[in-house]
Design a protein around this ligand. Structure first.
Ligand code: DX5
Ligand code: ZN
Length: 221
């Protein structure tokens, strides 16, 4: 089972983005949090900035949309070159149609669940996606504490994957650090977002390697 470590550039220096992207060459993807002050109470950037991040990043982009009306806006992020685009089911009207459009453009598509959204709510449509993102904080901000109670949901997705054979990556995002990544890997996650645990250190590349090593040691899938 491969492990992916995706640093969140929400914790990077927004005025030195090119430099900070250059610090994570050994990551699998750069995790890009798009927020609009409506779906979440925080504001980051939109397609113009993400296009420049795409042009500058040494690794593929894992775009996490935290915006209203995702059916309207999500395909544009695939069009600008993001390799993966993740939708929140809570902000879509027709997630399957939007997933199909994103796949047709050539990107992977993910489905994100806020902490209060159960996996049962999306199980019927999960096969239309390449990744399920189990949020381990309330979306909106970096630096919050990992919600260990979300591990039951991670285990449910892992069980769904093994019984159905649907090839899903299982991503966790929020509060992932050297301690909590072990818990998430044990539960069945394979794709890990870490913001402050990477960019809050003085050696982001070393933090990526350390997280990868711990996740491998605790992954038994
Ligand atoms: C929160 C974002 C996360 C955030 C994680 O809404 O989706 O990607 O950057 O930050 P840390 O790893 O610091 O919890
Ligand atoms: Zn995120």
């Amino acid at each position: 089972m491969s492990i992916r470590i995706n640093p969140s550039i929400l914790s990077a220096d927004f005025a030195n983005m090119a430099h900070d992207l250059g610090l994570i060459e050994n990551a699998d993807f750069a995790h890009v949090d798009v927020m609009d002050n409506h779906f979440v109470p925080n504001l980051t950037f939109g397609p113009q900035m993400v296009s420049r991040i795409k042009a500058t990043s040494p690794v593929p982009l894992d775009v996490h949309l935290m915006i209203a009306d995702q059916d309207r806006w999500a395909p544009g992020y695939a069009e600008l070159g993001a390799e993966s685009v993740t939708l929140h089911v809570e902000a879509t009207v027709d997630p399957v149609a939007t997933a199909k459009r994103i796949r047709e453009i050539g990107a992977r598509v993910g489905l994100a669940l806020k902490p209060a959204t159960p996996f049962a709510a999306v199980e019927e449509i999960a096969a239309h996606f390449d990744q399920i993102l189990v949020m381990t904080v309330e979306p909106g901000f970096g630096g919050q504490s990992f919600m260990v109670d979300q591990m039951a949901k991670v285990s449910q997705v892992a069980a769904f994957r093994s019984t159905t054979g649907v090839n899903l990556w299982i991503q966790v995002d929020g509060g992932v650090d050297a301690n909590t990544i072990a818990i998430a890997a044990e539960a069945g996650a394979d794709t890990f977002v870490a913001g402050s645990a990477v960019y809050g250190t003085d050696n982001p590349a070393l933090a990526v390697e350390n997280l990868r090593k711990i996740a491998r040691e605790h992954s038994h899938h």
